[in-house]
Each structure stands twice: as C-alpha cells, then as structure tokens.
Design a protein around this ligand. Structure first.
Ligand code: ATP
Ligand code: MG
Length: 260
C-alpha cells in the first residue's frame, strides 16, 4: 500500500486545543498514496481543524504530522502547498468577478510567475508561458468536468453551487498536489449532484493514481460510496476507522452520528 514502506501522510497522536477547548484529541491517520479517506462527524467534531493542522494554518498542541516522511510541524502554509498539499474550503473562496479559467490560473500562480525583467525584455516568452498556463488550466477544468470547461469564460459568480464546488477542486489541482483535501465538497448539492461529484472525484483520482484524497463529509450517501476508508470524529475524538460497512456497525458511531 505504501511507497518504499512510507505512508504519504502519517498523523500520530495529534491534539489541538484552543484555550480550554480540545478541538482534536489524539488523532492518528496513516494514509498511503492513492487512497481516498472520508472524515465524517457531527458539527464541531474537529474535521476542519484537522485540515487547518495539515495545511499549516494551525500548529498542533502535541503529536506528529509527517508528509512524505518529513514533519510538517512549524512549516508555513505556503511551503506546505509547495510540498504538495492542496485544499478546498468549507465556505467557497472563489473570485466571483473573475472568469472560471482565471480562478484556476490563480491556483497555478506558483508555477506561472515570471520575473519583471523577462516581461520587459522577453515579452514573447511571457506570452507563451501564459498561453501554456491557460491551456493547462483548461485541461484541469476538463479533467474535473467538461461542463465546467464549457463555462470557462463565464464569471465564477454566475455558476450554480455544484459548479462552484467543482471549480474549487480544479483550482486545488492546479498546484499539482500529492494530497488533495476537500472540506464538505457536497455541501449545498442535491442527491443527483452529489452522485456526479462522486464520479468526478473518482475520475480525478484515477487520472493521478499516486494522489491521495481526504474528503470531509456530512453526507452519508457520499461516505458510503466514495472512499476506500472512513474515519469518524466526535467531539474531537476519533471513534472509529475502517470500511464504511465496518464503521457503521460501531455503536458509538451510531449514537454519535447516525442518531440511533
Ligand atoms: N480558531 C479557533 N479558535 C477557537 N476555537 C476553534 C477554532 N477553530 C475551531 N474551533 C473550535 O473547535 C471545534 C471544532 O471545530 P471544527 O471547525 O474543526 O469542526 P467541524 O467538525 O469542521 O464542524 P462543522 O461540521 O460544523 O464544519 C469547535 O468547537 C470550534 O468552535
Ligand atoms: Mg468544518
């Protein structure tokens, strides 16, 4: 499952407190390349906090986070993107006035910036680079959804909710991540749209077999169908990890999440 015996991501005993509140307590995750893991749990369970720890927004109070064998702790967020971790946010962070294509180009910023001298003395080179970047952005959109590609010149604000979520995934992919983090991508989607999203995520992952994906979800339908494994958080504690069929049998999970 792992490359050279290494996990892509390994979290061991990760705890995060905010003053007196323990948002996450003793979380452990071993994620091999290519796996799709779903994190589920009720409101306030600590799911988004996990992503904030993995992307350098917060620093864990204790515990270890290793990515490709190196510790992420203390690394600033921009360095972590460079190492290969990209995310989407629970609340959409698109630039509404900009086109769909431009929103993806922004995600490619680190790979497209040229220096000022080159812009002055070699404008042809810069133009060529921009054209290449636009072509790459277009193919990223296509990889996520051809429907979205067809809307590439529209302002992002004109997209329906489901397309906005898809666009955020395309933008996250623009940094060529080894680990893709999706925070409630199906929020605001109906069942049919969620079904399409499941297919889109599968397709994107299949096109990058080494890339692992962690999806935070409220939607049990998605958790049942998409991931290889599921881990369940409740009040900051990790109460079960395994196949969906396994975790749904755990009494604590039923009490905490399924409302039985
Ligand atoms: N920056 C912060 N400062 C203080 N408390 C925080 C901070 N971020 C999160 N928390 C608290 O940590 C707990 C976990 O929050 P988190 O956002 O991770 O939950 P979640 O599982 O993503 O919930 P939801 O399903 O509502 O998105 C909550 O009690 C929240 O209020
Ligand atoms: Mg959240």
């Amino acid at each position: 499952m792992s490359v050279n015996g290494e996990y892509l991501l390994r979290c061991q005993g990760v705890t995060k407190t905010f003053g007196g509140l323990t948002a996450l307590e003793d979380i452990s995750i071993d994620l091999p390349p290519g796996e799709i893991l779903c994190v589920i749990g009720p409101n306030g369970a600590g799911k988004s906090t996990l992503f904030n720890l993995l992307t350098g927004i917060f620093r864990p109070t204790s515990g270890k986070i290793d990515f490709q064998g190196r510790s992420l702790i203390g690394k600033p967020a921009h360095r972590i993107v460079g190492l290969g971790i990209a995310r989407t946010f629970q609340n959409s962070r698109l630039f509404g006035d900009m086109s769909v294509l431009d929103n993806v180009l922004i995600g490619m910023h680190s790979r497209t910036r040229g220096n000022v001298l080159a812009a002055v003395f070699r404008p042809g080179l810069i133009r060529r680079r921009l054209a290449e970047a636009a072509a790459t952005a277009g193919s990223l959109l296509k990889a996520v959804s051809t429907e979205l590609f067809d809307k590439r010149y529209q302002p992002a604000s004109t997209l329906p909710q489901a397309d906005r979520r898809r666009l955020e995934i395309a933008r996250a992919l623009a940094s060529e991540p080894r680990l893709l983090l999706l925070d409630e991508p199906s929020a605001g989607m109906d069942d049919r749209e969620t079904e399409t999203l499941i297919e889109d995520i599968r397709k994107v992952q299949a096109g990058r077999p080494e890339m692992a994906v962690i999806v935070i979800e409220h939607d049990m339908h998605l958790a049942a169908k998409l991931p290889d494994r599921v881990t369940v958080f409740d009040h900051g504690r990790q109460i079960a990890t395994g196949l969906f069929e396994e975790i749904r049998e755990v009494r604590e999970v039923q009490e905490a999440y399924l409302g039985k």
